[in-house]
Design a protein around this ligand. Structure first.
Ligand code: BTN
Length: 279
């Protein structure tokens, strides 16, 4: 079974023990927060279907750039390609930001790699563990996925670009026994590091890092760090692009965030798709 097939298996949320870590509170998040716009205004839910769904509703109502929605648990946490995101109570950081960026559409496409670098730095800051990035939106600790990112654009276009983006981030934080379908491919910070990590602090660090990097979207100098953190450059991978699947060698990731692969001596630049690696 490849990674894609395994991640497609849906997980029964109720099967997991509801062991909560410290409660999520605005007061505790703000203790660590330096960012002034990203996460400056927030809404915290105990249970919600999906923080991305709520952030979209709020964006349509006109909330400001940087508005943060956080939840202790999601009942329908969503991942890319219609997958579910495992979001049990008190175990992770499940957050979404409303972003209103006055930049061209090509730059908006860089928000996912930018967020990957921001969250990698935030995890390292709080957990002292090296974080790797699997193109395009997954963060890895010790060869297992610890975080996923889902960036969605508004269908409404204003001045030739989506009027807002919703940036959703899910990090597995507390030590957890994953269900059999996920245990070989997913991990949490708590499963990999001895040091306990505060979810409130991690949310604040993510906001701090995002604010710093978003101010440097043009030029996108974070792409150098994205490449350094990549766990796919130089490796043979299986590429899944729409209904097409093929093996290729990853040569690079370019400044536009595209995966540069070599297949049968031909060089291809992929702006979307999925890759699986055999470790
Ligand atoms: C992926 O792994 O494909 C992306 C997962 C993104 C999960 C986060 S959790 C917070 C936000 N709300 C959602 O429903 N999804 C994102």
């Amino acid at each position: 079974m490849n990674v894609r097939e395994r991640q497609d298996i849906r997980v029964g949320y109720e099967e997991m023990p509801a062991v909560s870590s410290e409660p999520l509170t605005e007061e505790d998040i703000k203790k660590w927060q330096k960012a002034r716009t990203i996460g400056a205004v927030m809404e915290i839910h105990d249970t919600i279907d999906s923080t991305n769904n709520r952030a979209k509703e709020l964006a349509k109502q006109g909330v400001p750039h940087g508005f943060l929605v956080a939840a202790n648990r999601q009942t329908s946490g969503r991942g890319r390609l219609g997958r579910s995101f495992f979001s049990p109570e008190g175990m992770g950081v499940y957050i979404s930001y409303v972003l209103r960026l006055p930049v061209p559409v090509e730059k908006m496409l860089l928000v996912t790699p930018l967020a990957a670098v921001a969250v990698a730095r935030a995890i390292e800051e709080t957990a002292d563990e090296q974080v790797k990035i699997k193109w395009v939106n997954d963060l890895f600790l010790h060869d297992k996925k610890v975080c996923g990112i889902l960036c969605e654009a508004s269908p409404e276009i204003c001045d030739g670009r989506p009027s807002y983006l919703v940036l959703g981030i899910g990090v597995n934080v507390a030590p957890v026994t994953f269900p059999p379908e996920l245990k070989d491919i997913a991990t949490s910070i708590g499963n990999e590091c001895k040091k306990p990590v505060s979810r409130n602090r991690l949310i604040a660090e993510i906001s701090n890092q995002l604010e710093g990097l978003l101010s440097r979207l043009e030029p996108a100098d974070f792409m150098g760090e994205y490449r350094l953190r990549s766990n796919v450059i130089g490796r043979r991978v299986r590429v899944l692009s729409g209904s097409v699947s093929f093996e290729a060698l990853v040569r690079d990731i370019d400044d536009e965030g595209r995966l540069v692969v070599e297949k049968d001596r031909e060089v291809l630049r992929l702006s979307s798709g999925e890759i699986s690696i055999r470790w």
